[in-house]
Design a protein around this ligand. Structure first.
Ligand SMILES: [Zn+2]
Ligand SMILES: [Zn+2]
Length: 213
Protein backbone atom coordinates (compact mmCIF):
# COMPACT_ATOMS: atom_id res chain seq x y z
CA UNK A 1 0.00 0.00 0.00
CA UNK A 2 1.26 3.40 -0.90
CA UNK A 3 2.10 5.77 1.87
CA UNK A 4 1.23 9.34 1.12
CA UNK A 5 2.36 12.41 2.98
CA UNK A 6 0.60 15.72 2.40
CA UNK A 7 2.34 18.94 3.42
CA UNK A 8 0.28 22.14 3.57
CA UNK A 9 1.68 25.64 3.14
CA UNK A 10 -0.83 28.50 3.50
CA UNK A 11 0.51 31.29 1.32
CA UNK A 12 -0.42 34.65 -0.19
CA UNK A 13 -2.94 37.32 0.85
CA UNK A 14 -5.80 34.79 1.16
CA UNK A 15 -3.71 32.12 2.96
CA UNK A 16 -4.35 29.72 0.12
CA UNK A 17 -3.21 26.18 0.93
CA UNK A 18 -0.49 25.11 -1.48
CA UNK A 19 0.21 21.40 -1.03
CA UNK A 20 3.03 19.01 -1.75
CA UNK A 21 1.68 15.47 -2.06
CA UNK A 22 4.49 12.98 -1.56
CA UNK A 23 4.61 9.26 -2.35
CA UNK A 24 6.90 7.99 0.42
CA UNK A 25 7.80 4.84 -1.55
CA UNK A 26 9.25 6.66 -4.53
CA UNK A 27 9.79 10.23 -3.22
CA UNK A 28 7.80 11.35 -6.24
CA UNK A 29 5.60 14.34 -5.48
CA UNK A 30 3.03 16.61 -7.02
CA UNK A 31 2.48 20.29 -6.33
CA UNK A 32 -1.14 21.27 -5.80
CA UNK A 33 -2.26 24.91 -6.22
CA UNK A 34 0.99 26.95 -6.18
CA UNK A 35 -0.30 29.96 -4.26
CA UNK A 36 1.29 33.45 -4.36
CA UNK A 37 4.81 33.50 -2.94
CA UNK A 38 5.23 29.72 -2.67
CA UNK A 39 7.48 29.28 -5.72
CA UNK A 40 10.89 29.83 -4.12
CA UNK A 41 10.08 28.09 -0.81
CA UNK A 42 8.82 25.04 -2.73
CA UNK A 43 11.97 24.92 -4.87
CA UNK A 44 14.05 24.92 -1.66
CA UNK A 45 11.86 22.36 0.09
CA UNK A 46 11.81 19.97 -2.86
CA UNK A 47 15.57 20.21 -3.36
CA UNK A 48 16.35 19.87 0.37
CA UNK A 49 14.12 16.82 0.77
CA UNK A 50 15.43 15.37 -2.51
CA UNK A 51 11.90 14.90 -3.79
CA UNK A 52 11.14 14.19 -7.43
CA UNK A 53 8.33 16.49 -8.57
CA UNK A 54 6.38 15.08 -11.49
CA UNK A 55 3.47 17.48 -12.04
CA UNK A 56 1.50 20.50 -10.93
CA UNK A 57 -2.22 19.94 -10.47
CA UNK A 58 -4.69 22.81 -10.08
CA UNK A 59 -7.96 22.32 -8.18
CA UNK A 60 -9.16 25.36 -10.15
CA UNK A 61 -7.67 28.42 -11.79
CA UNK A 62 -8.53 31.34 -9.48
CA UNK A 63 -5.56 33.70 -9.16
CA UNK A 64 -4.74 32.68 -5.59
CA UNK A 65 -4.30 29.03 -6.69
CA UNK A 66 -2.22 29.61 -9.83
CA UNK A 67 0.03 32.60 -9.04
CA UNK A 68 3.32 30.67 -8.84
CA UNK A 69 2.59 27.99 -11.45
CA UNK A 70 5.03 29.31 -14.01
CA UNK A 71 8.01 29.73 -11.70
CA UNK A 72 7.70 26.08 -10.54
CA UNK A 73 6.75 24.62 -13.91
CA UNK A 74 9.73 26.31 -15.55
CA UNK A 75 12.22 25.48 -12.78
CA UNK A 76 11.41 21.75 -12.65
CA UNK A 77 10.06 21.36 -16.23
CA UNK A 78 6.72 20.13 -14.91
CA UNK A 79 3.48 19.54 -16.79
CA UNK A 80 0.50 21.56 -15.55
CA UNK A 81 -2.85 19.79 -15.22
CA UNK A 82 -6.14 21.68 -14.98
CA UNK A 83 -9.77 20.84 -15.71
CA UNK A 84 -10.78 21.77 -19.25
CA UNK A 85 -13.43 24.27 -18.03
CA UNK A 86 -10.90 26.22 -15.93
CA UNK A 87 -8.02 26.26 -18.44
CA UNK A 88 -8.98 29.67 -19.83
CA UNK A 89 -7.92 31.59 -16.72
CA UNK A 90 -4.51 29.90 -16.68
CA UNK A 91 -3.95 30.81 -20.33
CA UNK A 92 -5.17 34.37 -19.71
CA UNK A 93 -5.07 35.17 -15.98
CA UNK A 94 -7.80 37.60 -14.99
CA UNK A 95 -10.17 36.53 -17.76
CA UNK A 96 -12.44 34.99 -15.12
CA UNK A 97 -13.35 38.54 -14.02
CA UNK A 98 -12.19 38.08 -10.42
CA UNK A 99 -9.80 41.02 -10.66
CA UNK A 100 -6.61 39.29 -9.58
CA UNK A 101 -4.57 41.37 -7.18
CA UNK A 102 -1.22 40.73 -8.82
CA UNK A 103 0.13 40.24 -12.29
CA UNK A 104 0.30 36.53 -13.05
CA UNK A 105 2.27 35.11 -15.94
CA UNK A 106 0.16 33.09 -18.36
CA UNK A 107 0.89 29.36 -18.78
CA UNK A 108 -0.46 26.92 -21.32
CA UNK A 109 -1.85 23.79 -19.64
CA UNK A 110 -0.17 20.52 -20.63
CA UNK A 111 -3.07 18.22 -19.78
CA UNK A 112 -6.79 19.02 -19.65
CA UNK A 113 -8.63 17.02 -17.01
CA UNK A 114 -12.13 15.54 -17.08
CA UNK A 115 -14.31 13.85 -14.47
CA UNK A 116 -13.17 10.27 -13.86
CA UNK A 117 -9.58 10.75 -15.03
CA UNK A 118 -6.91 9.12 -12.88
CA UNK A 119 -3.58 10.70 -12.01
CA UNK A 120 -0.57 8.84 -10.64
CA UNK A 121 1.60 10.43 -7.95
CA UNK A 122 4.31 7.86 -7.41
CA UNK A 123 2.61 4.51 -6.78
CA UNK A 124 -0.70 6.04 -5.65
CA UNK A 125 -3.63 6.72 -7.92
CA UNK A 126 -5.83 9.80 -7.51
CA UNK A 127 -9.26 10.17 -9.11
CA UNK A 128 -10.47 13.43 -10.62
CA UNK A 129 -13.94 14.35 -9.38
CA UNK A 130 -15.36 17.28 -11.34
CA UNK A 131 -17.11 19.52 -8.80
CA UNK A 132 -18.28 22.65 -10.67
CA UNK A 133 -19.95 25.47 -8.74
CA UNK A 134 -17.31 27.72 -7.18
CA UNK A 135 -15.73 27.79 -10.64
CA UNK A 136 -16.78 25.85 -13.76
CA UNK A 137 -13.68 23.64 -13.80
CA UNK A 138 -13.26 23.04 -10.06
CA UNK A 139 -12.07 19.53 -9.24
CA UNK A 140 -11.45 17.46 -6.15
CA UNK A 141 -8.75 14.79 -6.11
CA UNK A 142 -9.57 11.57 -4.26
CA UNK A 143 -7.15 8.79 -3.33
CA UNK A 144 -9.30 5.71 -2.55
CA UNK A 145 -6.39 3.66 -1.12
CA UNK A 146 -5.62 6.24 1.56
CA UNK A 147 -9.03 7.95 1.76
CA UNK A 148 -7.69 11.43 1.21
CA UNK A 149 -9.42 14.26 -0.64
CA UNK A 150 -7.93 17.49 -1.93
CA UNK A 151 -11.07 19.62 -2.14
CA UNK A 152 -9.86 22.98 -3.49
CA UNK A 153 -12.43 25.72 -2.86
CA UNK A 154 -15.40 23.36 -3.19
CA UNK A 155 -15.43 22.22 0.43
CA UNK A 156 -13.92 23.78 3.55
CA UNK A 157 -14.23 22.83 7.21
CA UNK A 158 -17.86 23.71 8.06
CA UNK A 159 -18.24 25.73 4.85
CA UNK A 160 -18.19 25.83 1.08
CA UNK A 161 -16.56 27.96 -1.61
CA UNK A 162 -17.79 31.44 -2.54
CA UNK A 163 -20.65 31.30 -5.05
CA UNK A 164 -20.98 35.04 -5.69
CA UNK A 165 -18.48 35.32 -8.57
CA UNK A 166 -19.83 35.83 -12.09
CA UNK A 167 -18.19 32.54 -13.10
CA UNK A 168 -19.70 30.68 -10.12
CA UNK A 169 -22.86 28.62 -10.46
CA UNK A 170 -24.84 27.62 -7.35
CA UNK A 171 -27.05 25.26 -9.38
CA UNK A 172 -23.96 23.18 -10.24
CA UNK A 173 -22.54 23.37 -6.70
CA UNK A 174 -25.26 21.38 -4.90
CA UNK A 175 -24.86 18.21 -7.01
CA UNK A 176 -21.07 18.57 -6.66
CA UNK A 177 -21.33 18.54 -2.87
CA UNK A 178 -23.78 15.63 -3.03
CA UNK A 179 -21.13 13.67 -4.96
CA UNK A 180 -18.65 14.30 -2.14
CA UNK A 181 -21.20 13.07 0.44
CA UNK A 182 -20.90 9.60 -1.14
CA UNK A 183 -17.20 9.27 -0.27
CA UNK A 184 -16.24 7.23 2.82
CA UNK A 185 -16.97 9.30 5.97
CA UNK A 186 -13.45 8.77 7.31
CA UNK A 187 -11.95 10.47 4.23
CA UNK A 188 -9.61 13.27 5.32
CA UNK A 189 -10.32 16.51 3.47
CA UNK A 190 -7.47 18.91 2.59
CA UNK A 191 -9.18 22.15 1.50
CA UNK A 192 -7.98 25.15 -0.49
CA UNK A 193 -8.19 27.37 2.61
CA UNK A 194 -8.24 26.61 6.32
CA UNK A 195 -7.78 23.41 8.33
CA UNK A 196 -8.46 19.80 7.40
CA UNK A 197 -11.74 18.06 8.13
CA UNK A 198 -13.39 14.76 7.20
CA UNK A 199 -16.32 13.95 4.93
CA UNK A 200 -18.21 12.51 7.91
CA UNK A 201 -17.89 15.71 9.94
CA UNK A 202 -19.40 17.81 7.12
CA UNK A 203 -22.90 16.43 7.52
CA UNK A 204 -24.48 19.14 5.33
CA UNK A 205 -23.02 17.75 2.11
CA UNK A 206 -26.13 15.92 0.92
CA UNK A 207 -28.45 18.88 1.63
CA UNK A 208 -26.09 21.84 1.19
CA UNK A 209 -28.63 23.94 -0.69
CA UNK A 210 -30.83 24.07 2.44
CA UNK A 211 -27.88 25.35 4.47
CA UNK A 212 -26.02 27.60 2.01
CA UNK A 213 -28.53 28.24 -0.81
ZN1 LIG B 1 -11.34 29.84 -5.67
ZN1 LIG C 1 -9.04 30.08 -3.06
Amino acid sequence: MATIQILAFPSGPLATNAYVVICKETQNCAIIDPAPGIGKPFIQLIEQKKLIPTKIILTHSHWDHIADVKILADHFSLPVLVHKEDAYNLISPGSDGLGCRMSIEPRMPDQLLSDGDTIAIGTATWQVIHTPGHSPGSICLFCPEEKMLLSGDTLFKSSIGNLSFSSSCPARMWPSLKKLSLLPPETIVYPGHGPTTTIGKESFLDHAEDVFG
